[in-house]
Design a protein around this ligand. Structure first.
Ligand SMILES: *Cc1c(COP(=O)(O)O)cnc(C)c1O
Length: 300
């Protein structure tokens, strides 16, 4: 297959023509304008930012003749299911290293779907998983899929970041603020690369003390734009994956007002946090705010 044909196979896995920008009326007070970039529409499983973080990784694997792709994730990982689905579409094999040995005995829906799409799952204890980037552990884990193209957890490599940077082509120049949820921060870093003059990037970390990412990712942000990029961890609502009643009610009312869903782990926390920022008059009346819907609805 020629490389153009290979790239076509990858872009055909999703339907980017479904992406659109919607104005969210009555969400922002005063004259602020608020929009949402609906990346969630691109594919039900390769959803939102996951497609963008994976596309150059898969292109690379495909070009170099790999037969399979391996990666890491928690038992509810959107990245894992996106990888399984993308590999399935393209006709590559996939291997998933799952955090938590206990999941092997009782597969949840996410893992079962991964398996149905042909992903070979390996379950490892949490302590080992936490050490997966250490040389010896890494070497040991690589033997689980010795012939695969390896993608780091969260797609957090250069291919992932440049894929995420391509999202900025869809962001109109008049937007003053781009808002995105942050997990590994790969999408956030990618977006920072496409910021135009006068645009600000605000990341929302849905875990306690997630603002450490400002320091740990700092070296990946261009000095020219660093002052206009910031991650806040104020809106974690109890911690990663946690939910309280206020958040639950917000998710329900948002969906009935705007006609589409927010995922409970990431985007719902960002949007509810945004309500607080509006109440605090964080934005100026003339600001144009674009929230990125990073998808992840298969987890709901
Ligand atoms: C994975 C995910 C994120 C986090 O993306 P990173 O690039 O790892 O920061 C945000 N939102 C949703 C819905 C996700 O599934």
């Amino acid at each position: 297959m020629s490389s153009t044909l290979k790239n076509m196979v990858i872009t055909k896995a999703v339907d980017e023509s479904l992406i659109r920008i919607e104005e969210l009326e009555d969400f922002a007070p005063n004259q602020c304008k608020l929009y949402m970039l609906r990346l969630d529409r691109v594919h039900p499983l390769i959803s939102g930012n996951k497609y963008y973080k994976l596309k150059y990784n898969f292109a690379q694997a495909f070009q170099c003749g790999y037969q399979s792709v391996a990666t890491f994730g928690g038992a509810f990982s959107n990245h894992l299911i996106a990888t399984a689905s993308m590999a399935h579409h393209i006709g590559l094999g996939s291997v998933g290293i799952v955090r938590g040995a206990e999941h092997e005995a009782a597969l949840n829906d996410v893992l079962r779907q991964c398996q149905q799409m042909g992903m070979e799952l390996h379950f490892i204890p949490r302590t080992l998983y936490a050490q997966k980037d250490q040389q010896e552990v890494k070497a040991q884990l690589l033997t689980l899929a010795p012939d695969a193209y390896w993608v780091p957890e969260g797609g957090a490599n250069e291919e992932g970041r440049s894929g995420a940077a391509s999202i900025m082509r869809m962001v109109p120049e008049q937007m003053t603020h781009i808002l995105v949820s942050v997990g590994s921060g790969t999408t956030y870093i990618g977006l920072s690369r496409g910021l135009k003059k006068g645009q600000n990037l605000l990341g929302f970390a849905p875990m306690k003390r997630g603002s450490y990412l400002n320091e740990s990712l700092g070296h990946l942000i261009d000095g020219q734009v660093a002052a206009r990029c910031r991650i806040t961890d104020r809106f974690h609502f109890g911690g990663f994956g946690k939910m309280d009643q206020v958040l639950q009610e917000f998710i329900t009312s948002f969906e009935s007002q705007y006609g589409f869903a927010l995922d409970r782990v990431y985007t719902a926390k960002m949007m509810l946090g945004l309500k607080t920022l509006f109440a605090e008059k964080y934005f100026a009346p003339e600001d144009r705010i674009l929230c990125i819907h990073t998808g992840g609805l298969s987890g709901n």
